[in-house]
Design a protein around this ligand. Sequence first.
Ligand code: SF4
Ligand code: SF4
Length: 351
Amino acid sequence: MRGLGDRQQFAATVAKGLGAGINHIETAAAYGESETYLGPLLKSFNRGEINLTSKVCPTENPEQFIQGLDRSLQRLQVDYLACFAIHGINTPQHWQWVQQLWPVIDKAQQQGKFKHLGFSTHGSLPLVQEVIASGKFAFVNLHYYWFNQHLAPAIASAHQRDMGIFIISPADKGGQLYTPPRTLQNLCHPFTPLGLTYRFLLSDSRITTLSIGPAIPEELDQPLSLGDRLEPLSEQEQAILENLRHHQHQALGTAACHQCYQCLPCPEEINIPEILRLRNLAVAFDMENFGQYRYQMLENAGHWFPGRKGDRCTDCGDCLPRCPHNLAIPDLLRDTHQRLRGKSRRRLWQD
Ligand code: SF4
Ligand code: SF4
């Protein structure tokens, strides 16, 4: 999902992961050449030992959708997937489309094309909760990290239904933690921000696996060193995470956004809570680069990163009485825009 690099680097990364005991690979039809590169590589490994997940974006047309699954199987050179996911149930319209897909999905499962059905999502909490509550899925793949716990209720719901829970790219989407700012490094000492993020997730027994998304073999080192550390957080780890919370509270003062989402909807479709989350991280932990990376995707990545930027605010005031913390939302949006605006960027892939 983060760009494949050259084929040799891709092969080296896969070989290192599988050689070290990783037994789950997740890809998607939309991840460039990923499936095509993986196909021949998987042949040299014992298929029974690798759980393969791939994903296909929802479409309005059932035929087109199932042809997408067939093409994934061909590219991967396999006759079935352990896990097949609908890639990005991000909007109510996607969920509506999926209602038309059930007959072809059920048939493909009966034909043995996949064992378990799941979905990935960048959607709102109510939408994710609705899809989970449908009872149609065996697993979900979502964004949940120490630095972004908005979907915590969805983790609880999925766990109640005994669903598999996959976390999308904790290192990159969880805060660009391969290259953390000095302030954050110091606050996490003697651990690393990435190591703490992995431990936060691995120690949560509800979470099934982490889709770590390494681009180069070296990015496997830290997850491999922590992969079996499933025990509860130590007192020291808990103390450092508590200190991060305290530091954030001190640094933001009364301008902290508490991520309650009560300010929405905004008539200008500004993604207020996400923009102010990025501000929280930039102000408290100097995570400006991560903030810019995410902020610049607004208005450029469609339903993968919905909503508009802070400079669209017209000062209409609609959101103000809804904020339980009385935040000066328009001022904070303008401040964030100044901090995080920059050259617009697109995703590496589009649906
Ligand atoms: S004041 Fe700005 S952010 Fe708030 S609802 Fe109006 S346009 Fe949206
Ligand atoms: S209502 Fe206020 S505290 Fe809650 S998400 Fe919106 S801006 Fe943040």
